[in-house]
Ligand binder design. Structure first.
Ligand SMILES: C=C(O[C@@H]1C=C(C(=O)O)C=C[C@H]1O)C(=O)O
Length: 375
């Protein structure tokens, strides 16, 4: 039997190198030929997308269609014979669509910066890399940039699986006329990092308050003496740590790369399944993709049974609720706004019927948007 290790040890190096090159040559030729075919096919696809762009311009239709992109990814996955993983194909196709779309139109989208934040990762997960990301210093600024029309879209964090709702985003949803056109769910890993890779001189650890909260047990167990200081974002904490040896940051690996920091401990979040959901906001009202959800804000008068009655139309129309969150209405009267996500698109008949009944019963009612469910 041919044993590569044995033959590599007994034969002169030059000869085993030659054997390796000879064995790889036909396979590499095959890959080169397949790449040539892929280049032709990808450009053919791009030419087709350009023609789609011409048609859309003629009819004054929106170029970026998140619902269509979701359907494309779904179809690709349904047709996947393997061995490539569905997740890998989704990543590849998002980039292919991003490149095709960029030929029709360039998209600018605001996110909670600086560069290196999870919001930036969410931005690329949604739009692919052919998008101009505009970093903002706060969630308020992201909303303002989209409302002012400086950018077409924004990405804001909505909810974390460990820490719950991002309350500032929920409050701003109340005030804005913008719509949610899509969502992104990201696995969020936090890493403890600093400039030297040695924690001896570190006195404080900085991060966004959500990240500090998501790592609180780990920090208490491992670095109880470090003062925890909240800052505007994890990437900002990383930037600060790059200039001060007494500072460590909790942030994403991309922030360590960007600011030249060493990761001292990787994946220090208390919950290994830690995920954050982001909303894409803009003026576009996403059409049905066939696998959607709808976000609403409601309030009811403060009286017995009001919430129960409010939600009855969902059950009556067979509409499932997938999220329910409350925020004080700040009226001083123990009144609340309820943030409710339901399965389905607002144009689906059962959802439309349920929404109409909810609208009639609620003291306050607003549809934030229908959009493809992230997976
Ligand atoms: C090509 C289209 O336009 C854009 C690009 C897409 C693509 O490359 O598949 C899909 C949806 C749109 O965001 C289209 O609507 O079909």
């Amino acid at each position: 039997m041919y044993c590569p290790l044995e033959s590599a040890m007994t034969q002169p190096k030059d000869s085993s190198d030659q054997q390796l090159t000879d064995a790889l040559a036909p396979l590499r030729a095959e890959i080169d030929a397949l790449d040539t075919q892929l280049i032709h096919l990808l450009n053919e696809r791009a030419r087709c997308a350009l023609r789609v762009g011409d048609v859309k311009r003629k009819f004054g239709a929106e170029v970026f269609r998140p619902e269509r992109e979701q359907q494309v990814v779904q179809k690709v996955q349904d047709n996947n014979p393997g061995p490539l993983k569905n997740e890998s194909l989704a990543t590849i196709w998002r980039e292919v669509m991003s490149a095709c779309r960029a030929l029709e139109k360039s998209i600018e989208a605001a996110y909670l910066g600086p560069a290196g934040t999870f919001s930036e990762q969410a931005l690329y997960a949604h739009f692919g890399h052919d998008v101009s990301g505009v970093p903002c210093t706060s969630i308020d600024e992201v909303f303002r940039a989209v409302e002012a029309g400086t950018v077409e879209y924004g990405i804001v964090p909505v909810e974390n699986s460990t820490e719950g709702a991002v309350s500032r985003t929920l409050d701003l949803f109340l005030q804005t006329s913008l719509k949610i056109s899509g969502e992104v769910a990201l696995r969020v890993h936090h890493n403890l990092m600093n400039r030297t890779g040695n924690m001896a001189d570190v006195k404080v650890v900085r991060a966004h308050p959500q990240a500090l909260a998501q790592c609180q047990h780990w920090l208490t167990a491992n670095y109880p003496h470090l003062e925890r200081q909240p800052v505007s974002s994890n990437a900002e904490a990383a930037r600060m740590a790059s200039m001060d040896d007494s500072v460590a940051a909790l942030a994403a690996e991309s922030a360590a790369n960007r600011y030249g920091l060493h990761i001292v401990h990787a994946h220090v979040e208390d919950d290994p399944h830690n995920r954050t959901r982001f909303a894409v906001i803009g003026r576009y009202e996403t059409e049905s993709s066939g696998s959607d959800q709808t976000s609403l804000v409601l309030s009811v008068p403060n009286k017995a049974g009001a919430v129960y009655q409010l939600l009855a139309p969902l059950a009556a129309n067979g509409v499932s609720m997938c999220r329910f969150e409350s925020r004080p209405a700040r009226s001083g009267a123990w009144e609340y706004y309820f943030y409710v996500d339901v399965e389905g698109h607002q144009q689906d008949a059962p959802v439309a019927r349920a929404l109409e009944e909810l609208r009639r019963n609620a003291a306050y009612f607003k549809v934030l948007g229908s959009y493809p469910t992230s997976r």
